[in-house]
Ligand binder design. Structure first.
Ligand code: UD1
Length: 410
């Protein structure tokens, strides 16, 4: 699809099934490269970032069998190349995980500098490089490729302290260290649910990783990872997006197939805004009948409020009574969608990392353009809540990370 046309202003009622987590899938697929055998991955979301990741693996020589819409079997026994296709790899941000995976298994790898979502600022990978270097690899950038190679067949375990909490660096170092010689300790590690998911995946293939989900991860290198079967966790941000949609548009929805614990940071904020959230074993019932209340939000690494929910919650707050303050402390310039919300009647001023959001009575539909994945999700939420019709363009950003968004909303 190239464009979504949304008739807004109607409350949402119904049930929505949450897909597998994008940010876990885009790490677990490259990690499958490290497995000497067939690994079956279940609950994969059907999104373009996953399709692209699978294409990259296939291009390196992996055999991929699609079992059904959400399950694939990857056989990486006969990988023929450790250099990724330039055009494919630069299309997604998460292609940087291929470096950790290739280094971990083969001691060398070449990957095109990653692309993906541009929030408007720089997305560095210096911490990834620092980790690989500590494990004994030499990392250079040449002709648009990042080249990492160890001068020995296996990397060597090390103690690595991350001075900034980074999801990507934590996962990448975890992969590279899984088959290194000896022990690795990652300190000040990120704690997101997808970090635990990657560790569980690697452990189920024979790795020895302890402490994922805390700030200290201990990895004892193993000689080989063998085949197995693994199901990816539900997507925290996809679930949060539907919760925010119900908050903004009103109504009552049942969000199914989630892990309620992962949603706590989002649930608590929505409740503060006057949204009712009822928790069950693997579902959340989200209801909003009355007015939305203001709240202040600061994005932080997990278990803080996720930066990937910042555009969606700011959209909710644009309809809340009073003035809310949003502070973005993970990405420096993640407010590019605000101009689009203003075109719909929102009153938001941005000063550096802070957005001052003065709630308005209603938004009005308009032609708007997505600038990245979560910005696009925020505009969909705004369009659902707004009076009249909105036309959202550049929806390919949204389809990178949301499976069947239109069908699910219908
Ligand atoms: C991942 C998510 C992204 C999310 C982000 C933060 C994927 C594919 N993407 O991105 O959706 O917004 O986590 O939850 O999972 N940093 C450095 N040096 C580095 C790496 C990061 O300074 O080498 C800084 C970044 O500038 C940023 C912060 O660390 O300020 C967090 O970035 P990081 O957690 O690494 O984000 P990603 O893994 O790229």
């Amino acid at each position: 699809m190239t464009k979504y046309i949304v008739q807004g202003g109607k409350p949402l009622f119904g049930e929505v099934e949450i897909s597998g987590a994008k940010n876990a899938a885009v790490a677990i697929i490259p990690a499958a490269l490290m497995v000497d055998g067939v690994c079956r991955i279940e609950n994969l979301p059907q999104i373009s970032d996953v399709t692209m990741s699978l294409k990259i693996l296939e291009n390196l020589g992996a055999q991929i069998r699609v079992v059904n819409r959400h399950t694939v079997e990857i056989d990486s026994t006969c990988i023929r190349s450790t250099r990724t296709d330039y055009e494919l790899a630069r299309k997604i941000r998460a292609s940087y995980y291929l470096i950790g995976a290739l280094l971990g298994r083969f001691g060398h790898g070449e990957v095109a500098m990653p692309g993906g979502c541009n929030f408007g600022g720089v997305r560095p990978i210096d911490l990834h490089v620092k980790g690989f270097t500590s494990l004994g690899a030499k990392v250079t950038v040449e002709g648009g490729f990042i080249r990492a190679a160890a001068d020995r067949p296996r990397l060597k375990g090390a103690n690595i302290y991350l001075d900034v909490v980074s999801v990507g660096a934590t996962m990448n170092i975890m992969m590279a260290a899984a088959m290194a010689e000896g022990n690795t300790v990652i300190e000040n590690a990120a704690r997101e649910p997808h970090i635990v998911d990657l560790a569980n995946f690697l452990n189920s293939m024979g790795a020895n990783i302890r402490g994922a989900g805390t700030d200290t991860i201990k990895i004892r290198g193993v000689d080989r990872l063998r085949g197995g079967s693994y199901a990816i966790i539900p997507d925290q941000i996809e679930a949060g997006t539907y919760m925010a949609a119900a908050a903004a548009a009103g109504g009552q929805i049942l969000v199914k197939n989630i892990i309620p614990k992962h949603m706590d940071c989002i649930t608590a904020k929505l409740q503060e805004c006057g949204v009712e959230v009822e928790e069950h074993e693997d579902t959340l019932l989200v209801r909003r009948n009355g007015p939305l209340r203001r709240a202040n939000i600061k994005t932080l690494p997990y278990p803080g409020f996720p930066t990937d929910m910042q555009p969606q919650i700011t959209t909710v707050l644009s309809l809340a009574q009073g003035i809310s303050l949003v502070t973005e402390s993970v990405w420096s310039s993640r407010y590019r969608y605000v101009d689009e919300l203003r075109r719909m009647g929102a009153s938001i001023q941005v000063d550096d990392k802070t957005a001052v959001v003065e709630g308005v009575d209603h938004l009005v539909g308009a032609p708007i353009q997505a600038s990245d994945l979560r910005a696009g999700a925020a505009l969909v939420i705004a369009a659902l809540a707004a009076r009249g019709q909105s036309e959202i363009s550049c929806v390919h950003y949204i389809e990178r990370g949301y499976e069947n968004l239109v069908e699910k909303l219908r």
